[in-house]
Design a protein around this ligand. Structure first.
Ligand code: GCB
Length: 608
């Protein structure tokens, strides 16, 4: 199986890179990636979600000495005063607490704009069954995390939106373990994202922290997807990790009468393709099956849908049939409570609003959202665009920037590759044209294709505005399956009334998703259509945009900007924005604006 071979080679390459990073050390690297535990929800776990003690450390005093060298007695040692004369200038146990998961900015007023280090500490007891292994798994920490258990440094992870885990088998004790994480959300010019974004830099342990107990040789990862060319064939591979690497592993779906056993090699890897007969997943019929993997030493279960996604000329085909993607863009912000969303309940609210709007598709902008969102989408029948934060002005010629982007792409695909909801990977948003940028993105696209040949690849490109002609001519388009493009006629340029007189051109025979259009409105503010920030102005933008885009012959979908108002430091206008981007169709309190109903009416008319 060529697809699977490729993936295996990539995995070996990835391990080699990580190994050399471990040997030689770098500042930016993911030193956890060697343990890519996937499907964390399908494992035997203990949650560490709770209140954790925190120390806010703006000068990194717990990490650097006054000579600015790394301390070996830093806060990670969790020292306590032993004698009344002893000087210890911190104390986790008397320090305040924050909820994990959760960003710090929305939990404490004094941390609203904070960017820097916060130390987190959680104590726990654990009796590990003899012969088993234990991992600590972080759903995400924004942006840079260094993890210590019982004073020992376990590793470091950079990148705020993807999971990482590491083994603690040899360190964990039955009683009084202390897990300490230094989380730093400072922005970096060479980072991914870089310093300039239009969203809030929420810091902290923003997603769940979990202990996962597995057998000595366990199922580390697996892939199980339909062949996009043939819905009666499934492609699979499995990766075992541990001493007993060569085993037989049975993939089975009881409800579909499917069973196939594959033999893993001395590296724990085995791959196959097999005939299968399943009811296909779609937004109208989000059928999911219970899938089991039985190895000789481990078992894991999953619930997954099966579907195919392809393009044919300028159309997108779901299960072989043309589909129009009635979408909306979403940021990972919690309705009502505010801050970063992380819970299944947050996902349920956001996706139900999208359903009410008439959507069958959501763009999860501009970074990988939490896994609950992807799973809920699969359950509710919502197709998903997944994205990495290669946004605006990335340092295209910097090797460590590339490595960070590459790592986040791999981590996103590793986590979500078995979800039927995800149909498309996006590698970049609104990046300025240049040769180095093209090379950077072409390499990312190649990686995405090597890792997953069952989904489509896109990016939000930029248009050329030539009078009344909008030209899709970004050279990046050549390498994409689907053209994404952001366009803000009627908001950042021109009047809403002028929008419909524009027309679109392209020389590429590929489907188009308009990945953004929109305008801002303060919910509840009413005026005439010419008044900025009124619901009427925003509604007029939508009315005119829909009239224009409806005439684009190669249009396959759209994800207007955006479902709900979201926090942004770039939006200070008093009494209107107050640090909210107001382009939501709903306010952050869940109140619908007029434009919501305009898009809803349009989408209802599009339902075949
Ligand atoms: C864009 C960006 C998005 C912004 C949006 C805006 O083009 O992709 O991140 O939030 O415009 O509101 O200006």
């Amino acid at each position: 199986m060529i697809i699977a071979k490729h993936i295996h080679l990539i995995r070996i390459w990835f391990s080699m890179v990580l190994f050399s990073m471990l040997l030689f050390g770098t500042n930016w690297s993911n030193l956890f990636g060697q343990e890519l535990i996937t499907n964390i929800q399908g494992r035997e776990t203990t949650s560490l979600d709770a209140q954790w003690h925190v120390i806010v450390d703006p000068f990194d005093t717990g990490f650097y000495s006054y000579r600015y060298t790394e301390r070996d007695d830093g806060y990670f040692m969790n020292r306590k005063q032993q004698h009344k004369s002893e000087l210890v200038e911190y104390n986790f146990d008397t320090s305040p607490m924050l909820d994990v998961p959760g960003d710090w900015n929305s939990q404490r007023k004094d941390l609203f704009f904070y960017e820097g280090t916060v130390w987190y500490k959680k104590s726990f007891d654990y009796s590990l069954q003899d012969g088993n292994r234990l991992f600590v798994h972080f759903g995400a920490a924004n942006y840079d995390a260094i993890v210590y258990l019982n004073g020992k440094r376990l590793g470091r992870h950079t990148g705020g939106f993807t999971p990482f885990s590491c083994e603690i088998t040899d360190i964990v004790k039955p009683k009084d373990n202390f897990l300490i994480v230094k989380v730093d959300n400072s922005r970096h010019r060479a980072g991914v994202p870089t310093v300039n974004t239009d969203w809030w830099n929420y810091g902290g342990l923003t997603r769940s922290v979990t202990l996962a107990e597995v057998p000595e040789t366990y199922i580390e990862d697996y892939f199980f997807q339909l062949n996009p060319e043939d819905p009666n064939e499934v492609i699979g591979w499995v990766q075992l990790e541990g001493a007993n690497a060569a085993q037989s592993v049975e993939f089975s779906i009881a409800k579909a009468g499917f069973s196939h056993t594959v033999q893993t090699n001395e590296n724990g890897y085995g791959e196959f393709s097999a005939s299968i007969d399943v009811e296909l997943w779609s937004p109208d019929f989000p059928r999911r099956y219970g899938v089991s993997l039985h190895a000789e030493t481990d078992t894991i279960t999953d619930r997954m849908g099966f579907r195919t996604i392809q393009t044919q000329e300028d159309q997108i085909l779901l299960n072989g049939e043309p589909v129009f993607l009635r979408g909306i863009s979403i940021h990972e912000e919690a309705p009502f409570r505010g801050g970063r969303a992380f819970a299944a309940e947050d996902a349920e609210i956001l996706l139900q609003w999208a359903k009410e709007l008439g959507c069958n598709f959501v763009r999860l902008a501009h970074y990988p959202h939490n896994e609950n969102m992807i799973r809920k989408a699969e359950e509710l029948g919502m197709m998903v665009w997944g994205e990495i934060p290669v946004y605006w002005t990335i340092l295209w010629e910097n090797d460590s920037t590339y490595a960070l982007a590459d790592q986040q792409l791999r981590e996103m695909i590793t986590r979500d590759k078995n979800r039927a909801s995800v149909i498309i990977w996006s590698v970049a948003n609104e990046t300025p044209r240049s040769e180095p940028r093209l090379e950077f993105l072409r390499n990312l696209i190649q990686t995405a294709r090597d890792l997953d040949q069952t989904r489509l690849i896109t990016a939000a490109t930029e248009l050329t505005y030539d009078g009344k002609t909008l030209r899709l001519d970004d050279p990046l388009i050549e390498y994409l399956d689907v053209i994404g493009v952001n366009e803000y006629l009627g908001w950042y340029g021109g009047k809403p009334d002028d929008i419909p007189s524009h027309h679109w051109e392209t020389s590429y025979n590929k489907p188009l998703i308009i990945s953004e259009f929109g305008g801002g409105a303060l919910q509840g503010y009413h005026a005439d259509e010419e008044t900025r920030w009124s619901e009427e102005y925003q509604a007029d933008v939508y009315r005119n945009q829909l009239e224009m885009v409806d005439k684009i012959p190669f249009l396959s979908g759209m994800t207007p900007w955006i479902l709900m108002d979201f926090r942004s430091p770039r939006r200070p206008l008093p009494d209107i924005q107050d640090y909210w981007n107001r382009k939501g169709l709903l306010s952050e309190r869940g109140n619908k604006k007029k434009a919501f109903y305009i898009l809803q009416k349009y989408y209802r008319s599009k339902i075949q």
